[in-house]
Design a protein around this ligand. Structure first.
Ligand SMILES: Cc1cc2nc3c(=O)[nH]c(=O)nc-3n(C[C@H](O)[C@H](O)[C@H](O)COP(=O)(O)OP(=O)(O)OC[C@H]3O[C@@H](n4cnc5c(N)ncnc54)[C@H](O)[C@@H]3O)c2cc1C
Length: 382
């Protein structure tokens, strides 16, 4: 039976030094941004901010220099992410490329694809989105139906992708299509492609979520031509590739820091009233946060050592989402302020936004039930 592995991980001095630089940068960059906007953290979209990050060398930090990267360690990158999320920086315009599409192309892309995409992505000037989910294929990703059929010099694509974050702002989608149907093995016959979203036949329709924002989309493909040189990895290797990609998607500090702004605002609100009745509960919330951080850091340490901690990353995402979703209810209980939308003080508005948004935290990136299935399998329980 497999056991959890959460080895202690200590950040090296150069990472802590970098933390100071990032904090100074953020203090000035975010000084006029309202708390309710900062509460969106990695869902926040600001291309100018992403360009700024690129200029600092904080996108593609671990990538090779020849692709515009900076050859720094995964732990240095971790510190930058941690500071960005804790401050509520609007990192959404480069987040997907930095977190998963860049590493995916480094591992499976062609030299031509890396040269074309990575240097511009590292400058914060290129937005990528992930085309996995479909109307009848979310948790059950192997049910992917959007078809890519071989033609002269490329592929013709027909089908629909759903819930695609930022597709309306993105230049390219890394999409999973069915290139072959094997009735006995649904995981076979899936292939990834880099799709230029300006290609004729691609229609992107926004979908409003509970908060009233339209950050994700339905993307419809009608006879869309994708050239051969845009296939990512071997034909039929898509399942193995998306599985590797999801490990990057599930392991970062964004999986426990999405409601962090609210904790700060709650403490400020209680301090303003000189109310000490909630001290023990605040202490408990902070203790949980510190534990989650140690677990997440440990996963980062394993990734730095070249391990593939899928099981541990799933545990951090599941426990992290539970924590993030518990915070708005707790905050409501402790400070007795109603959640506000579009009006009210900082605390009420941050509470309002996160009360609505946090519902989705255990859906995006894989639902709670699916993660628990992965954990059970990893432990040899199913
Ligand atoms: C904010 C947000 C952003 C997103 N961004 C993207 C994106 O950029 N790209 C992308 O491709 N997708 C994206 N998604 C989609 C997300 O990955 C899916 O919503 C998720 O995988 C669940 O799929 P589904 O919505 O089809 O639900 P379903 O798979 O239909 O699940 C519905 C419910 O049934 C449960 N369930 C399903 N199967 C099982 C099972 N075998 N055992 C037990 N329970 C089960 C689920 O846990 C869930 O509670 C995003 C979603 C959200 C909320």
């Amino acid at each position: 039976m497999h056991e959890f592995r959460f080895d202690p991980c200590h950040l090296p001095p150069e990472a802590e030094q970098l933390r100071g630089e990032v904090r100074t940068f953020l203090k000035s960059a975010l000084k006029d941004v309202p708390a309710v906007v900062r509460a969106q953290t990695w869902s926040g979209y600001d291309p100018a901010f992403s360009k700024w990050m690129g200029e600092q060398g904080w996108i593609g930090m671990t990538w090779p220099k020849k692709y515009g990267g900076h050859e720094r360690s995964a732990l240095e990158r971790y510190v930058v992410l941690e500071e960005m999320l804790a401050a509520g920086a609007p990192v959404g315009a480069h987040w997907i490329g930095d977190r998963q599409s860049g590493p995916l192309l480094l591992r499976f892309g062609t030299e031509d694809q890396r040269q074309k995409i990575l240097p511009i992505a590292a400058k914060g000037e290129l937005l990528l989105c992930i085309g996995m989910s479909e109307p009848d294929s979310g948790s059950d990703l192997a049910a992917t139906r959007t078809k890519a059929v071989k033609t002269d010099g490329g592929w013709i694509v027909n089908g629909t992708k759903l819930w695609t974050s930022n597709a309306h702002n993105a230049h390219y989608m890394i999409a999973l299509f069915r290139t072959h149907l094997d009735a006995d093995n649904r995981h076979a016959g899936l292939t990834q492609f880099l799709v230029d979203l300006k290609t004729p036949g691609v229609t992107i329709r926004p979908i409003k979520d509970l908060t009233g924002n339209a950050h994700f989309n339905e993307v419809v493909f009608v006879d869309v031509f994708v050239p051969d040189n845009m296939r990512v990895g071997e034909e039929g290797n898509g399942w193995a590739q998306v599985t590797a990609e999801l490990a990057y998607e599930r392991s970062g500090p964004e999986r426990y820091l999405s409601s962090y702004l609210l904790l700060g605002e709650l403490i400020r609100e209680l301090a303003r009233r000189d109310d000490r009745s909630a001290d023990a509960e605040i202490g408990r919330l902070i203790a949980h946060l510190v534990t989650l951080r140690q677990m997440s850091l440990s996963v980062a340490g394993l990734l730095e050592e070249g391990e593939n901690p899928i099981l541990e990353a799933s545990v951090v995402k599941d426990l992290g989402a539970l924590y993030e979703q518990e915070l708005p209810g707790k905050a409501h209980e402790l400070a007795s302020v109603e959640p506000m939308i579009g009006t009210g003080g900082d605390y009420g508005q941050v509470l309002g936004y996160l009360t609505q948004a946090s519902v989705s935290f255990s859906l995006r990136g894989g639902t709670r039930e699916i993660l628990r299935g992965i954990i059970a399998r990893g432990l040899g329980l199913r």
